[in-house]
Design a protein around this ligand. Structure first.
Ligand SMILES: [Zn+2]
Length: 53
């Protein structure tokens, strides 16, 4: 399973470079920086996924 980029959009997880205006729940949005907690959680999820192989 693919884990999102730690620095991906806080709403949808798409990397900033690939992010245009995305439609989502609550309407369309542009890239927004994830919170420190989101970054931590995503990095942790990546590490766990890597350890599982
Ligand atoms: Zn987004």
């Amino acid at each position: 399973m693919k884990t999102p980029n730690p620095m991906g959009c806080r709403h949808c997880g798409i990397d900033r470079r690939g992010h245009a205006i995305q439609a989502g729940t609550g309407g369309s949005h542009t890239w927004q920086q994830p919170s420190q907690q989101q970054i931590k959680d995503r990095m942790h999820a990546r590490r766990v996924a890597a350890e599982k192989g």
